[in-house]
Design a protein around this ligand. Structure first.
Ligand code: MLT
Length: 387
């Protein structure tokens, strides 16, 4: 029986996939797996029972990835599952800020009791004249599942789209419209574009990438959209840029007291992926990935362990080993089985950075004794009896 704890509500369509082999528990302390959306896992004591964490979403900055990897805990995310939801909100806000819709709506709200509102509207509407996005230049930083959809959709709305991603995957490159200009440097995006939207993860490398130095390269009045994470922007320097008019509008899905109070900021309560469809897609993907890992040892879309697929076990036993990616591990595993006269008809070994997963199918059911012998090997982080 696998014990699943949810740190945030996860859509029913995903939770309903869990079979009788699974029990939902209220406490994190006894869980075999954790499902999470935006709640922080950083300060939680990771219990030894914990085998995996699945994030129903793309960003994983709320999870201590290295600490999890060191404890043999596989962290999954759901890339692409909410990409359409985020694409739609980016396009919506592009148009909102071009047409001054928020200011206009707020103003109407302020005069809604006036009996002459209809006349007033016609008199004052010139205050809210906007521009069209057609023909304007949009820079898309990060061409993953979301960035590609945003770039293609903006191109269909007749924007001139520049894309930047030195790490673009082959899959994403296939999906990108041929009309997207390939920017070879961030500076080109900063220099050329009227609107900039960013779709990269929060890492040490991307921290504060929007700062006084990069604002200085941008066009006066540039409009910036951030549906990625707050840490990408240096808030104090953004405030200065907004005050001076260097940045004309800043749309952020991550309000904090500093920026939410600023004029020309459109602060949204982290709604990028908050659609019924995205929540359902993320929940289904997160739960399916978790179940395949817990039941079969297979990994798809982990951010700290490699992808690994041995299918469903058709042999008598299966053991999955999370371990360091260092020399001599495989020979120690196979000789442990050989010493017990156990045959290994099938196996797989994959690595990602410092960590590896090895799955071994054996000709007899796995026993706690053999699992314990493998646990004793230096560099082994977790051993799971799958069958
Ligand atoms: C994401 O990282 O995909 C979003 O933050 C998901 C969410 O809103 O939970």
């Amino acid at each position: 029986m696998f014990k699943i704890n949810c740190l945030n509500p996860i859509a029913n369509v995903g939770m309903d996939l869990l079979t009788d082999n699974y029990e939902r528990v209220d406490s994190f302390n006894e869980a075999s797996a954790l499902l999470v959306r935006s709640a922080s896992v950083h300060d939680l004591e990771l219990p030894s029972s914990l085998e995996a964490i699945a994030r129903a979403g793309a960003g994983v900055n709320n999870i201590p990835l290295d600490k999890c990897a060191e404890n043999g805990i596989v962290v999954f995310n759901t890339p692409g599952a909410n990409a359409n939801g985020v694409k739609e909100i980016v396009i919506a806000t592009l148009i909102m800020i071009s047409r001054n819709l928020v200011d206009g709506i707020k103003w109407v709200d302020s005069v809604k009791e006036d009996p002459d509102i209809a006349k007033l509207v016609e008199k004052k509407k010139s205050k809210f004249v906007g521009t069209e996005i057609s023909g304007k230049k949009l820079g898309v930083i990060g061409l993953g599942a979301i960035g590609v959809l945003v770039a293609n959709a903006a191109n269909k709305l007749d924007m001139e789209v520049y894309g930047y991603d030195p790490f673009i995957s082959v899959d994403a490159a296939w999906k990108l419209s041929k009309y997207i200009k390939h920017s070879k440097s961030l500076d080109e995006i900063f220099r050329e574009c009227d609107f900039i939207t960013v779709h990269v993860p929060a890492t040490d490398q991307t921290k504060g990438m929007f700062n006084a130095e990069t604002f200085a390269i941008m066009k006066d009045g540039v409009k910036i959209l951030n549906f990625s994470r707050d840490t990408l922007v240096n808030d104090d320097e953004m405030i200065e840029a907004l005050k001076s008019g260097k940045v004309g509008r800043y749309v952020t899905d991550f309000p904090n007291p500093k920026v939410a109070a600023m004029e020309n900021v459109i602060a949204i309560p982290h709604l990028g992926a908050s659609t019924n469809e995205s929540e359902d897609n993320c929940a289904v993907m997160a739960v399916q990935q978790l179940m395949d890992y817990l039941e079969n040892g297979n990994i798809k879309n982990s951010v700290n362990y490699p992808n690994c697929d041995m299918g469903v076990c058709t042999h008598a036993g299966r053991i999955a080993i999370n371990h360091r990616n260092i020399p001599n591990m495989l020979s120690q595993f196979t000789s442990t089985f050989a010493n017990q006269n156990i045959n290994i008809p099938d196996m797989i070994n994959k690595s990602k950075g410092q960590y590896s997963l090895t799955i071994l199918d054996i000709d007899s059911p796995s026993t706690p004794e053999i699992a314990n012998k493998i646990r004793e090997i230096d560099g082994v982080l977790k051993v799971r009896i799958i069958k």
